[in-house]
Design a protein around this ligand. Structure first.
Ligand SMILES: *Cc1c(COP(=O)(O)O)cnc(C)c1O
Length: 393
């Protein structure tokens, strides 16, 4: 790996495997399996798989491998394993390394399905899980014990956009020998310094910014070669959460433009947040790039950028939020994020509707809260659309 190359170069070239035809664009190896010249060769491959050898697409595939190597190079990890979705990746990262009797500490502000895995699945298999306010280091300190195997966090969190101090939590976790797993979707590989700050494992839903154009589900786990090949790979290859070669090709193409897209989207998100802050119809504008954000300083040092998502808390509650959503003409109502198209979501009635009123309150998901994923449209057009919709409230 050529470590001196910059991110933009790696996003276009890293991991490339050309066939005998010398194609420019990455080939889609849409094959379930691979043939062997001889029985001896088949035996040898099953015995000890070489760098550029494949057996079965559930175990690995050249197009998927190109994507894995490219993402690992960007994230700064030794290796990566791709999965069928972000949730397949989160599930595999956790299930592959935990066993009954282990203890997990997790920030409580989690994506609904991550919460389901930690709260409902792991506990059914005898794993004890303690939830903490991820922004409160004292709570992490108190919860992490000698038998804690994993510290799990999602930072920036969805949709309240809390930023957790990865370096401080990693130091506490490592003192007790725990593995630090970061669900890094909101930070994106562009702003992620998670590994540098002490994360051992970084998980992505590639459905979000890495595809970035709303086409396919995908996931990835980045970590040391030892962890990926000895712990994750056996679990994923035998339980079936493989990424399709066609999806891997979509994700490779997504990576080529990732840096350009995410930086443009983040710039527009910053412009919108600064312009909308203080608007009379809004109780609050939440964006890590605003000085009013409680973890603004951590976000600035930890990421050097603030992401592409902002949340708006409409003073008029649910009725105002629905009126706002329905009046938007460019921004579409959906629940994806990181897309080229700007998307607005009302978490309390959709992505987080499973949570109790008490949980919603703890997580800061009020009835007026809307999450805005900023796309690639013109910033002025988006602002006009949002201000026009706020006028109808
Ligand atoms: C979307 C998302 C996931 C799940 O990813 P899928 O690709 O939808 O399975 C997990 N974590 C976070 C933070 C997400 O935003």
């Amino acid at each position: 790996m050529k470590q001196d190359r910059k991110t933009r170069t790696k996003l276009v070239h890293e991991g490339i495997r050309r066939s005998q035809y010398g194609e420019v664009s990455e080939a889609i190896f849409m094959t379930q399996g691979f043939v062997y010249d001889t029985a001896e060769q088949a035996e040898a491959r099953f015995d000890n798989l070489g760098e550029d050898e494949f057996i079965y697409a559930r175990y690995g595939n050249p197009t998927v491998r190109m994507f894995e190597e490219r993402l690992a190079a960007i994230e700064g990890t030794e290796d990566c394993f791709a999965a069928a979705s972000g949730m397949a990746a989160v599930n595999a990262a956790m299930m592959s390394m935990l066993k009954a009797g282990d203890h997990v500490v997790s920030s409580r502000a989690l994506f609904g399905s991550c919460l389901y895995i930690l709260e409902e699945v792991l506990t059914r298999f005898g794993v004890e899980v303690t939830f903490v306010d991820g922004t409160d280091l004292d709570q992490w300190k108190e919860a992490i014990r000698p038998d804690t195997r994993v510290a799990f966090m999602e930072t920036i969190s969805n949709p309240a956009l809390e930023v957790i101090d990865i370096q401080a939590v990693a130091a506490l976790a490592h003192e007790q020998g725990a593995t630090v797993v970061v669900d890094n979707v909101f930070a994106t590989p562009v702003y992620s310094k998670a590994v540098e700050l002490g994360a051992d494992v970084v998980v992505y839903s590639t459905t979000k910014h890495i595809d970035g154009q709303g086409r396919a589900l995908g996931g990835a786990i980045c970590g040391t070669r030892e962890f990926i090949r000895k712990t994750v790979e056996p679990y994923l290859k035998h339980t079936g959460g493989a990424m399709s070669p066609f999806t891997a090709w979509i994700m490779l193409k997504g990576l080529e433009t990732l840096d350009l897209r995410v930086r443009a989207q983040a710039e527009t998100a910053g412009t919108l947040a600064r312009t909308l802050e203080g608007h009379e119809k809004l109780a609050r504008v939440i964006f890590p790039g605003l000085e009013s954000h409680p973890q603004h300083g951590i976000a600035a040092t930890q990421m050097g950028g603030f992401g592409t998502i902002l949340s708006l808390d409409l003073a008029g509650g649910k009725e105002a939020a629905f009126r706002f959503l329905n009046a938007l003409e460019i921004v579409t109502i959906s629940n994806n994020l990181g897309d080229a198209k700007s998307i607005v979501t009302h978490p309390a009635t959709t992505t987080h509707s499973r949570l109790s009123a008490e949980q919603l309150d703890i997580l800061g998901i009020g009835p007026g809260l809307v999450r805005l994923s900023v796309g690639l449209e013109d910033a002025g057009d988006l602002l006009d659309d949002i201000l026009g919709a706020l006028d109808t409230v």
